[in-house]
Write a protein that binds this ligand. Sequence first.
Ligand SMILES: Cc1cc2nc3c(=O)[nH]c(=O)nc-3n(C[C@H](O)[C@H](O)[C@H](O)COP(=O)(O)OP(=O)(O)OC[C@H]3O[C@@H](n4cnc5c(N)ncnc54)[C@H](O)[C@@H]3O)c2cc1C
Length: 305
Amino acid sequence: MLYDLIIIGGGPAGVSAGIYAARRKLNTLLIAKSSGGQMARKAVDIENYPGFEKISGLELIQKFEKHLRKNKIDIERDTVGKVKKIERGFSVSTGSRKQFDAKAVIIASGADPRPLEVPGEKEFIGKGVSYCTACDGPLFADKEVAVVGGGNSGFEAALSLKGYAKKIYILEFSPQIKADEANQKLAQKSGIIEVITNAALKEIKGEKFVDSVVYQERSSNKLITLKVQGIFVEIGSQPATSFVKDLVEFSEEDEIKIDPQTNMTKTSGLFAAGDVTDTKWKQIVVAAGEGCKAALSAYEYLQRF
Ligand SMILES: Cc1cc2nc3c(=O)[nH]c(=O)nc-3n(C[C@H](O)[C@H](O)[C@H](O)COP(=O)(O)OP(=O)(O)OC[C@H]3O[C@@H](n4cnc5c(N)ncnc54)[C@H](O)[C@@H]3O)c2cc1C
């Protein structure tokens, strides 16, 4: 079957594109590897999405998804492995070896957490290494943990872990902390969060599960071992674009370049929206708006197809 439109991503950009596409009666398939994207991983409340003074990321994305499912749209939980140009449009293949074709595609795959790339990281994913405090925090009740990254994300992660862990280290590479003053004060007040600056993480160790991390004190070059059972990675994110390398152009930050008017990439019929693009501001309300723009542009494109 040939869909009119395939949307890749189930975050705010993909969901909003899905709602608009369905309302324009496009025969649409939305493929997302997980529900919610970054909002589901967010540990603290969202206080800047209009209509909701304070709501958890998970609750907000559940509302988005409920709204999407009220419309006529096919949804697949799968990971897109490749998008290829074919004569009739595009062919999208997935991790579970399925293939779907469509006349147009919207990429709304957002951003994945940036990995540490140190020995032990890959080996211990799910065995102490986590990229999601909101998902995995409760697994570390009464344990000692480290959060890598001293920005707002790192501090927010540490603050959300204080309900579970008995001791939390924040390891920051630079000599200065980048998190807001308010977050720093809350961490100080907690009594169980210890901030270590100038710390370059070198290795994650353990037998079956993580039992320690090794970092280099950058001022003295000394290697120091911290006994921790959990390590939460909060060093930023990177656009999720591995499946579409040859059909689009990239910015210096590896974001997909789009025409800001239409959200079209360099390939006709291939659109992109949200955090995966070179749009300047990365926010939920912006991603939802960009998803809308991409869907309406795809509709216009399909009228001439
Ligand atoms: C810690 C943190 C706090 C934040 N706080 C706020 C805030 O308070 N307010 C605010 O407005 N914004 C906040 N943001 C930013 C906001 O979360 C993002 O701007 C928004 O989620 C971007 O939406 P998106 O749809 O572009 O991408 P994402 O939310 O990243 O969604 C991407 C979707 O694509 C899917 N996907 C990725 N790769 C593939 C693939 N290969 N195959 C299939 N599916 C795939 C994912 O599973 C997901 O469903 C925060 C972000 C973080 C990390």
